[in-house]
Design a binder for this molecule. Structure first.
Ligand SMILES: Cc1cc2nc3c(=O)[nH]c(=O)nc-3n(C[C@H](O)[C@H](O)[C@H](O)COP(=O)(O)OP(=O)(O)OC[C@H]3O[C@@H](n4cnc5c(N)ncnc54)[C@H](O)[C@@H]3O)c2cc1C
Length: 535
């Protein structure tokens, strides 16, 4: 038994990820609050976590990644997909692609229209700004001096510049800030980085304050379930290095274990769909049919184009001297390819004029590989991936057993609706239009994937089913709302129980139009004010 077993804290936070680290910081600002942060992974001491391109080393690495896999998806020809999730301080913000996108204002207005008071764009903007330390300075949309470093891409490449020029040629405007007044357009991403190093939430929010006397951080602590006194969450049972321990909560237990972890812990604690918990012999505390349901993700279809000239990173990586030079460049100046996020260029596009907000996002990388995070191709090529921003398809997460150490079943159920299928086809067609515009056409040798033999809508859809992968944005499995499938209310308190909140990407009722780290951090910033009675 350790020295914390049996102790009582005002707040216990489960999961030190994008949301959990924000909460640990904000709730422990007042020295009168005692805060415990429990994390299943270890400290973020792997040096690759902190180098922006380091995800090539931390993805699929059980030291830093849970390495989940989905169940075979019938809509993807029965394929199972890798679903990485961060397992270390900083959670997925320690292994993600660093791309800083908040989402479209209509995403949050929709959350408000669904009945969630306090979640419209105007309501949440101050929290995005409070989190932010924007390299370009503060303005109406951006904050300066916050914990989360946001900075410009430190490397521009010819192929990326050409993509932006080509997009402009077909009528997609240039955009140098996707998080300002307008989102639509093409341009370089900004990154959650500071001075060329990754700014995870552990780096931004946790490390600077980890010595606070009222904050206890415990790593390698795998939460098994929430403990209850009647309907009130009273503590947590967890395993640390194989030893079972318990801790008590005086005020609140807050689950921040993410879109897979939070619903799993809920069900293991007896708060979920009654029929499922009965099947696994779990005592029922609250029949919440929405736990694990409403799973949404962005499905990316990666297109790969061979180039006529050696202007891609594949070319640089093939050459040991140039590869070595990249390392030296980064070590000396914190610039160059090692300072790159998972993609360099972004485009937000509307597939139909009448849409109020873009429904397709492109991620462009000046390199290509068979799978994200794997070795690059031996030929000169780059990748343009397309994803639908607001899919209608809904998947689910279910328990496979009552053991907290067994992974749950993940059923993503991609491409289950007509609109989702149509949009994926449209994304490929728009991508081809951009590639046909002169700035790109002049350097493209051929379409390697899916290949120009793939032409009809049926063929395009079949190719999408065969090659698409997650772009790592699962949300929604403990959704906020008032309807019978909602799990938390608009203060993120679990319906039907007391002293228990969920604060992470799982509470999003609908997926935001873009990458999901920044909105998760916003949710935690806002939740901290709610918990402290300031919102
Ligand atoms: C490979 C990858 C690339 C991505 N790229 C981007 C990107 O470029 N830009 C972007 O905006 N978003 C990106 N995302 C998505 C984004 O990082 C996530 O949406 C966000 O981090 C989710 O935050 P969270 O707090 O909900 O969960 P997480 O950050 O995953 O945190 C959950 C934490 O809980 C811990 N935990 C889980 N279960 C337990 C348990 N039983 N006991 C104790 N601890 C537990 C986990 O170890 C983890 O630390 C990416 C994600 C991945 C995985």
């Amino acid at each position: 038994m350790s020295e914390i077993s049996g102790q009582t804290f005002d707040y216990i936070i489960v999961g030190a990820g994008s949301a959990g680290c924000v909460l640990a910081n904000r709730l422990s600002e007042d020295p009168r609050n005692s805060v415990l942060l429990l994390e299943a992974g270890g400290p973020d001491s792997n040096p690759w976590i902190h180098v922006p391109v380091g995800y090539f080393k931390t993805l699929h690495n059980p030291e830093t990644d849970w390495c989940y896999r989905t169940e075979p998806d019938p809509n993807l020809g029965g394929r199972s997909l890798d679903w990485p999730r961060g397992k270390t301080l900083g959670g997925s913000s320690s292994i993600n692609g660093l791309l800083y996108i908040r989402g479209h204002r209509t995403d949050f207005d929709q959350w408000r229209q669904l009945g969630n008071t306090g979640w419209s764009f105007e309501d949440v903007l101050p929290y995005f700004k409070r989190a932010e330390d924007q390299e370009r300075g503060a303005d109406d949309y951006h904050g300066k001096g916050g914990p989360l470093g946001v900075s410009n891409m430190r490397i521009h490449r010819e192929i990326c510049d050409r993509f932006i020029d080509a997009a402009e040629e077909i009528g997609i405007p240039r955009r140098d800030d996707f998080n300002g007044a307008e989102m639509e357009g093409a341009g370089y991403f900004q990154l959650t980085a500071r001075d060329g190093r990754r700014c995870s939430t552990a780096v931004g929010y946790l490390h600077p304050i980890k010595h606070r006397k009222n904050l206890t951080i415990v790593t390698h602590a795998h939460t098994k379930r929430v403990l209850f006194e009647d309907k009130r969450a009273s503590g947590i049972a967890f395993d640390r290095n194989g030893t079972p321990e318990t801790v008590n909560a005086r005020r609140e237990v807050i689950l921040a274990a993410g879109t897979i972890g939070s619903p799993q812990i809920m069900m293991l604690s007896g708060a979920g769909p009654a029929e499922q918990m009965k099947r696994h012999g779990i005592d029922i505390k609250a029949d919440l049919i929405g736990v694990g349901a409403n799973l949404q993700d962005h499905l990316q279809t990666r297109m790969i184009f061979k180039t006529t000239k050696p202007i891609t990173l594949n070319d640089q990586l093939r050459n040991p001297i140039r590869k070595f030079a990249m390392g030296v460049e980064y070590a000396l100046t914190r610039t160059g390819p090692l300072s790159m996020g998972a993609s360099q260029v972004c485009a937000f596009v509307r597939s139909r004029e009448e849409l109020e907000a873009p429904d397709i996002q492109f991620h462009v990388q000046p390199l290509s590989a068979d799978k994200p995070g794997e070795g690059t191709h031996k030929f000169s090529a780059f990748t343009s991936s397309t994803c639908q921003l607001r899919p209608e398809s809904r998947g689910r997460i279910e328990l496979k057993s009552a053991s907290p150490h067994d992974y749950p079943a993940i059923h993503p159920n991609y491409l289950a609706t007509e609109l989702d299928r149509w949009t994926v086809i449209e994304g490929i067609k728009i991508s081809r239009k951009i590639m046909a515009a002169s700035p790109m056409a002049s350097v493209i040798a051929s379409e390697h994937l899916p290949g120009t033999h793939v032409q009809s809508d049926d063929e395009l859809l079949a190719a999408a089913r065969e090659i698409s992968q997650t772009i790592y944005h699962p949300v929604g499995t403990c959704k906020m709302g008032q309807d019978p499938t909602a799990v938390v209310d608009d203060q993120l308190r679990v319906h039907g129980l007391e002293g228990l909140r969920i604060v992470d990407a799982s509470v999003m009722p609908t997926l935001t139009s873009g990458n999901t780290n920044a909105p998760t951090i916003m949710i935690a910033e806002k939740a901290s004010d709610m918990i402290l009675g300031r919102d």
